[in-house]
Design a protein around this ligand. Structure first.
Ligand code: MG
Length: 323
């Protein structure tokens, strides 16, 4: 049986861009630190799956994020394809210098929608973070780079609780006005539900941010990541962040099961007849290979279903009337 069966829903976009974050967001939050050559192989394998955007690493201080201390080696080691963009994270001008020296054409900054997370993650107040990012964005844009603005804690904050939608819309607008050409709205601790997602995106576009520049970044802590993604697609979002094999989590949400898995996203998009350009089998074999490098199984349901003998495509037991 070939799964999934394709049934189009005309209220949804016909194409979606998958922003693959496994090599950066995923590995940054894994306990096992991979060496540069394994990361390079991972990214090269991802490049061969048809993904068009693969966030590769982060030019941050090695003592802050030891998992990604080899950003330069990774960027010089990967086989870059013309058809693929390889954005990197840069927190400040020093990070931007490193990224530009590595020949990067896409960078991303990461702001917080809440006061407490700005202080914990950036060591700056909510207000001060804009002063830190403004010169980075300005210089990057002047050099012809694309700049994405990540916004964390858009749907809930572990210290502050619920996050006001107007506060999030304000921060999103700020990133856009600063010069970010695209945004990624993060449910960093994975607590959102679909109605909340639709309302949040609606408020942001009402403030003048074009839907074409809005991406979403969900975590599956409460099993809502795919439902939230569908809610975002319904209001016109066409860029979705996900992580191969569901790599990574969030250090601030200890029960978090990680980012939305790219395989789970691809399976849903396939079923909805939404084009994305990714070869699901190639992606699954990449995640199965990575499991052996990390020493732990992938939390992706699709990886589990397709790589185990109990997968529905290869039933190992006879189905009877009783079942
Ligand atoms: Mg994430």
């Amino acid at each position: 049986m070939t799964l999934p069966m394709v049934v189009r829903d005309d209220s949804l976009p016909t194409a979606v861009t998958i922003w693959e974050v496994g090599a950066r967001d995923g590995l940054q939050n894994e306990a096992t630190i991979l060496d540069a050559s394994t990361k390079i192989e991972f990214i090269d394998r991802l490049s061969a799956t048809g993904l068009s955007i693969i966030e590769a690493t982060s030019f941050v201080r090695a003592d802050r994020v030891p998992q990604l201390a080899d950003a330069r080696d990774v960027m010089s080691g990967i086989a870059r394809r013309d058809s693929v963009r390889y954005p990197v994270l840069v927190p400040n001008e020093r990070g931007l210098d490193g990224a530009m020296a590595a020949g990067v054409a896409d960078v991303a900054i990461f702001a917080s929608a809440t006061e407490t997370f700005a202080q914990r993650n950036l060591g700056r107040s909510y207000g001060e973070q804009w002063d830190m990012f403004a010169p980075v964005v300005q210089r990057a844009r002047a050099a012809g780079l694309r700049v994405r603005g990540y916004l964390s804690m858009c749907c809930g904050d572990p210290w502050e609780g619920p996050v006001d939608v107007d506060r999030v819309a304000e921060a999103a607008l700020r990133l856009q006005e600063m010069g970010c050409d695209s945004l990624s709205l993060g449910d960093t601790i994975g607590v959102a539900t679909p109605g909340q997602v639709g309302a949040l995106i609606g408020r942001i576009t009402d403030r003048g941010v074009p839907i074409s520049s809005v991406g979403v970044h969900f975590h599956d802590t409460y099993g809502q990541a795919l439902a939230n993604t569908l809610a975002a697609l319904r209001v016109g979002v066409t860029t979705v962040d996900s992580s191969a094999g569901g790599l990574g989590g969030c250090p601030y949400a200890h029960a978090a099961t990680g980012n939305l898995a790219t395989e789970d996203l691809v399976y849903m998009l396939d079923g909805l007849g939404i084009s994305h350009g990714v070869d699901l089998d190639a992606l699954i074999s990449t995640s199965v290979w990575l499991e052996s490098q990390l020493g732990r199984p992938s939390p992706s349901r699709v990886v589990r279903a397709r790589s185990s003998s109990s997968g529905v495509d290869t039933p190992t037991h006879r189905i009877t009337m009783e079942e």
